[in-house]
Design a protein around this ligand. Sequence first.
Ligand code: COA
Length: 317
Amino acid sequence: MHDVEVKRRMGEEDIAAVATLLRAAERADRHAPLGEHKWIDLVQGGRAGFAGFVARCPGSAELAGYAQLSRGHGSWAVEYVVHPAARAVRERVVEDLLRAAIGEIALSGGGHVHVWVPKPDAADDAVARSVGLAHGREIHQMRRALPLGADLAGSARATLRPFVVGEDEAAWLALNNRAFRSHPEQGAWDLETLAEREQQGWFDPAGFLLHESEGRLDAFCWTKIHGDEVCEDGARVGARGLGEIYVIGVDPAAQGRGLGRSVLLAGLDYLAGRGLGVAMLYVDASDAAAVHLYRSTGFGVDHHDQAYVGDVAPAEP
Ligand SMILES: CC(C)(COP(=O)(O)OP(=O)(O)OC[C@H]1O[C@@H](n2cnc3c(N)ncnc32)[C@H](O)[C@@H]1OP(=O)(O)O)[C@@H](O)C(=O)NCCC(=O)NCCS
């Protein structure tokens, strides 16, 4: 049994300790352990519905694991990470973190929960089952090489223009929220969410590409270039050299006419033009339209992330 401390606000020392744990895990696993939304939430100290869970082995000051809870669009989301040095007791650490997170959800009125696990294995499945969670959504990370090959050379490309900070926010938010109206994470963005992305080091309006028909935004392909991610010991980790199709959407009134494909190809040409050799994206495995579009433009599944889901009853008063 590990000591799990619940933190509803993160102070500077807490953030630094968790950041050290995240870097160690990222170096060991070769992928970022916390999703970008969660990381922004953490470094800002936590928004409404936030809780951080810090696990330590008895008698130790070192962090064995960390989980983060946030309130999403109609449900709770949890992610967790275990320190590489505590991997021998990984299942126990994860179980203790998940039980603490589920307890916190119960105290906050209960509700539906998604626990997101990148590259899950049988041990993740077993721990999820032991705390009453079942398999839910699955996200594919898909990749393809750049530049596009001769097979796509003749396909139409949309004419796109870069996003203009300070001018395009309201129109883009309205379009994004229409395109993703039933999407749990992407469908209810507000100005604050967009402004947070504009503050990120990777944000570059030149790669946030917009399409207009008759002066009205009706599609977009927002790209993200992953730079060097360097650990304290100088090791390079993460997704260097990857160009991401970060968010892509077409107005529902304009879907099914080839615009999604031509906007995607223009976005991939943009990334290839920036010298990147690999494109990647995340897509919900059940999104037939998007998965078909990506497969037909040469993307294949690299790995998947699994959501474990359940309904948490409110705690007895
Ligand atoms: C995914 C999306 C961008 C595609 O845009 P679109 O303009 O509708 O797509 P296109 O008309 O260019 O069609 C692209 C391909 O998908 C296929 N397609 C479109 N809708 C489909 C559906 N419901 N089921 C299966 N295939 C579908 C088309 O037939 C076409 O394939 P083809 O060229 O082999 O015939 C658009 O549906 C969208 O904005 N969806 C909501 C937001 C979203 O899910 N974004 C992607 C998140 S990763």
